[in-house]
Design a protein. Structure first.
Length: 292
């Protein structure tokens, strides 16, 4: 009996077999699309946002933290002077640090998110659904971000879809642990844009086929059909969720050059105001320190 054959047992079995083949192909395509959006498109969008907007937001948060600390130190030192006590600069600094610890952690987390997103972009997670050039003076950066060669991107997707078809447990439930390990390697390689690893995994799979089961029972065919149909709907729902939530929803904004420019100007003005406050407060703190 040839491989990849589901043995029919009447008209219903043949219809089920055809439907299963169709659903399986759809599930594989949807899985590849879900992974493309999740591991390539969304990281590229988020990295682009952080490069153009997030960096300014982070600088504002850092300035707000510095201003808050300075203001609190001044309050503590001034209160000590009002009580006729000698101001203790170190104690004032400890008080400010303690009271702003939670916000400092928030700033650190934002900085870590920014670094992670930037690293994702530079590791080659640009995608054809990434943003278009969004402003004067950014052309070179945009070209660097989209440096994937078109043919390589097509091969990357084709290799990944092939490996998914061979190894994904949702459509091939009886794969071995070794095959599952290969699948995990392929998923990691796809996330990282590592086409060489995908080529090696595909070479390992050459000449192999894990779809060699013979299915004769109508009930088993129905179960497989129903499982695949459920999986298809789940994937469609997951893809829709990705496309209607952050960071994918930033795509429209990032493609609007004027909106991005206006937001950048707004953030730069906000940053300048906080920096001016910081300068004034630092001068006031220096005066208090000098006065003893």
């Amino acid at each position: 009996m040839p491989e990849n054959t589901i043995v029919p047992s009447g008209t219903e079995a043949e219809s089920l077999r055809i439907e299963i083949m169709r659903l399986r192909a759809e599930v594989l395509d949807l899985t590849a699309e879900r992974d493309r959006l999740k591991y390539r498109v969304c990281p590229a969008i988020l990295a682009d946002y952080n490069r153009r907007i997030g960096q300014l937001e982070l600088e504002i948060m850092e300035a707000v933290l510095r201003v808050g600390r300075l203001r609190r130190m001044i309050e503590v030192l001034q209160a000590a002077r009002n009580r006729g006590e000698a101001p203790d600069v170190e104690e004032a600094a400890r008080t400010a640090d303690s009271e702003y610890r939670a916000y400092e952690q928030e700033v650190h987390e934002k900085a870590e998110e920014y670094r992670n997103a930037s690293a994702g972009r530079t590791s080659g997670q640009a995608d054809s659904d990434g943003q278009e050039d969004a402003g004067s003076g950014e052309e070179e950066d945009r070209q660097d971000a989209d440096r994937y060669d078109r043919e390589d991107k097509e091969e990357l997707g084709a290799l990944y879809r092939r490996i998914m078809k061979e190894l994904h447990p949702d459509v091939n439930p009886d794969i071995t642990q070794a095959e599952l390990d290969l699948l995990h390697q392929a998923m990691e390689a796809y996330r990282n844009g590592d086409i060489e690893t995908l080529r090696k995994i595909a070479a390992v799979l050459d000449g192999r086929n894990i779809e060699d089961k013979v299915i004769e029972e109508i009930d088993q065919l129905r179960r497989i059909r129903d499982d695949l149909a459920f999986l298809k709907e789940s994937l469609l729902s997951e893809i829709e969720t990705i496309k209607t939530t952050f960071p994918y929803t930033l795509k429209t904004f990032l493609n609007d050059r004027e909106a991005v420019r206006e937001k950048q100007e707004e953030l730069r003005e906000t940053l300048a105001r906080w920096q001016e406050q910081e300068k004034v407060l630092q001068e006031r703190l220096d005066q208090l320190k000098a006065a003893g």
